[in-house]
Design a protein around this ligand. Structure first.
Ligand SMILES: Cc1cc2nc3c(=O)[nH]c(=O)nc-3n(C[C@H](O)[C@H](O)[C@H](O)COP(=O)(O)OP(=O)(O)OC[C@H]3O[C@@H](n4cnc5c(N)ncnc54)[C@H](O)[C@@H]3O)c2cc1C
Length: 351
C-alpha cells in the first residue's frame, strides 16, 4: 500500500483518488480552496465558494464514454451522483419531431447530467466514503526531492533523475510515495519540475475559439417544455446548447466566437442574452413560464428580483452570474405545464 498525494479536489482529482483508494492505497487530496460544499443541493449551487474553478456554474455534460468507464470502475461514484439528483440522459434521445427512435445499441450514448457543482459534491462524498482524506485550504507550492537541490548542467551518464518524495505546501512539507497532479489547466507542474531539475514536459496548447454564456433555469415540476429544439442548435455564428440537469434544472448556453468581442460583451447582459436565445426557433418556451408558476417551488414564496450582478461584478472578467432578474410574462403557456424561469444564474467564460 502506497501513500499517495493527489493535488486538486475537483472532478479529476477526486476520481483519481477514488481509483487509487479502490486499489488499496492511502490517499490524501490537497485542495487550495478552503470551503467544503454545503450539504443542501441548492446551497451547493448558490453558496459554495469555489474560486479555483471558474467554470463551476457553467453548463457541463460529461461525455458518454465517461459514464461507461465510471459504471465499470467507480459504481459507488455513479450511485452518489444519482442520489444527488443527476439524471440519466441519452445525447441521441429522440426529441418530438426531430429524430427517430433510439436503437438498443444507443444506450452507450447515455450520460449523467447535473449541475457541475453537484457532480463534484457527490464525488467528494464518494471519496470520503471510500476513505480518502481531503484537506482543504492547503496550497501545493512545489515538489520535494532528495537533496532538495536543483540539478544543473547537461544530463550525464549515470546521473539519476530526481525522485519526487512529496510536496511542499502552504502548511509545510508532506511526504508521499507518489504525487498526482490534478490541479487543472493552470497547473504549475512544469515549473515545479524545473525547480527540482527536471525539464518541463512538452505541452501543446490550443485555443478552442469559442465562448460560453450560460444561464440555469428551474422547472417547477421537473418536466421540460414541450416545444423543443436540438441539443445544439445553430443560428449564424451563434450556437445554443440546452442541457437538462438535476432537481428540475436545465441550462441554456449560448456559444459564440471568442474573437467576436462585441458580441461576447453584449451577451453578458441578461436582456441581450435572452433576445439572442429567442432568435432560435422553439427556444422561447425554455426562457419563460406561466405567471402563476412564478414562485420558487421549493420555498413557496414569490421570487424576489435581485439587482443585476452583471453590473455589480464588473471586475470578474471571465465569470459573471446574472441572478434572478425576471420579466413579467403575458400569458405565455408552454403546454399547460408548470414552467418557471426560476433560479436563473448565468455565467460567461472564455473557453
Ligand atoms: C467553459 C468550460 C466548459 C466545460 N465543459 C465541460 C463539459 O461539458 N464536460 C466535461 O466533462 N468537462 C467540461 N469542462 C472541463 C471540466 O470543467 C474540468 O475542468 C476538467 O474536467 C478538468 O478537471 P480537473 O479536476 O482536472 O481540474 P479543475 O476542474 O481545473 O480543478 C483543479 C483543482 O485544483 C485546485 N488547485 C489548483 N492549484 C492548486 C494548488 N497549487 N494546490 C492545491 N490545489 C490546487 C483548484 O482549486 C481546483 O479545485 C469544461 C471546462 C470549461 C472551462
Amino acid at each position: 500500500m502506497a501513500s499517495i498525494v493527489v493535488l486538486g479536489a475537483a472532478l479529476g482529482g477526486l476520481q483519481t483518488a477514488l481509483l487509487l483508494a479502490a486499489d488499496g492505497h492511502q490517499v490524501t487530496v490537497l485542495e487550495r480552496d478552503p470551503h467544503p460544499a454545503p450539504s443542501d443541493p441548492d446551497a451547493v449551487w448558490s453558496h459554495w465558494h469555489r474560486p479555483g474553478i471558474p467554470q463551476l456554474r457553467l453548463t457541463h455534460l460529461p461525455l458518454a464514454r465517461w459514464l461507461q468507464l465510471a459504471e465499470a470502475h467507480l459504481p459507488a461514484l455513479v450511485a452518489q451522483m444519482t442520489e444527488a439528483g443527476a439524471v440519466r440522459m441519452n445525447v441521441l434521445a429522440p426529441e418530438p419531431g426531430l429524430r427517430g427512435g433510439l436503437l438498443a445499441a444507443d444506450a452507450r450514448f447515455d450520460t449523467l447530467a447535473a449541475r457541475r457543482c453537484l457532480l463534484e459534491h457527490a464525488a467528494t462524498r464518494a471519496a470520503v466514503a471510500a476513505g480518502v482524506r481531503i484537506e482543504r485550504g492547503i496550497v501545493c507550492r512545489g515538489l520535494r526531492s532528495p537533496g532538495g537541490g536543483r540539478i544543473t548542467g547537461p544530463p550525464a551518464p549515470g546521473r539519476r533523475a530526481p525522485h519526487v518524495t512529496g510536496v511542499e505546501t502552504s502548511t509545510g512539507p508532506l511526504e508521499a510515495d507518489l504525487v498526482v497532479d490534478c490541479t487543472g489547466r493552470r497547473s504549475l507542474l512544469p515549473s515545479w519540475l524545473r525547480d527540482i531539475g527536471v525539464p518541463g514536459p512538452v505541452e501543446e496548447v490550443g485555443r478552442r475559439g469559442f465562448t460560453y454564456c450560460c444561464r440555469y433555469f428551474r422547472s417547477a415540476d421537473g418536466a421540460l417544455p414541450a416545444r423543443t429544439f436540438p441539443l445544439l442548435a445553430e443560428h449564424g455564428s451563434l450556437g445554443l446548447l440546452r442541457i437538462r440537469a438535476d432537481h428540475g434544472t436545465y441550462s441554456l448556453g449560448l456559444i459564440s466566437r471568442s474573437d467576436d468581442h462585441e458580441l461576447r460583451r453584449l451577451l453578458r447582459h441578461e436582456r441581450a442574452w435572452s433576445a439572442a436565445v429567442r432568435r432560435f426557433p422553439g427556444a422561447d418556451a425554455w426562457l419563460e413560464g406561466p405567471a402563476h408558476h412564478r414562485r420558487r417551488p421549493d420555498h413557496g414564496r414569490p421570487h424576489r428580483p435581485q439587482a443585476d450582478p452583471v453590473r455589480r461584478r464588473r471586475r470578474t472578467p471571465l465569470c459573471h452570474r446574472a441572478g434572478g432578474r425576471r420579466r413579467r410574462v403575458g400569458g405565455h403557456r408552454a403546454d399547460h405545464r408548470a414552467w418557471a424561469g426560476d433560479e436563473p444564474a448565468a455565467q460567461c467564460a472564455a473557453a
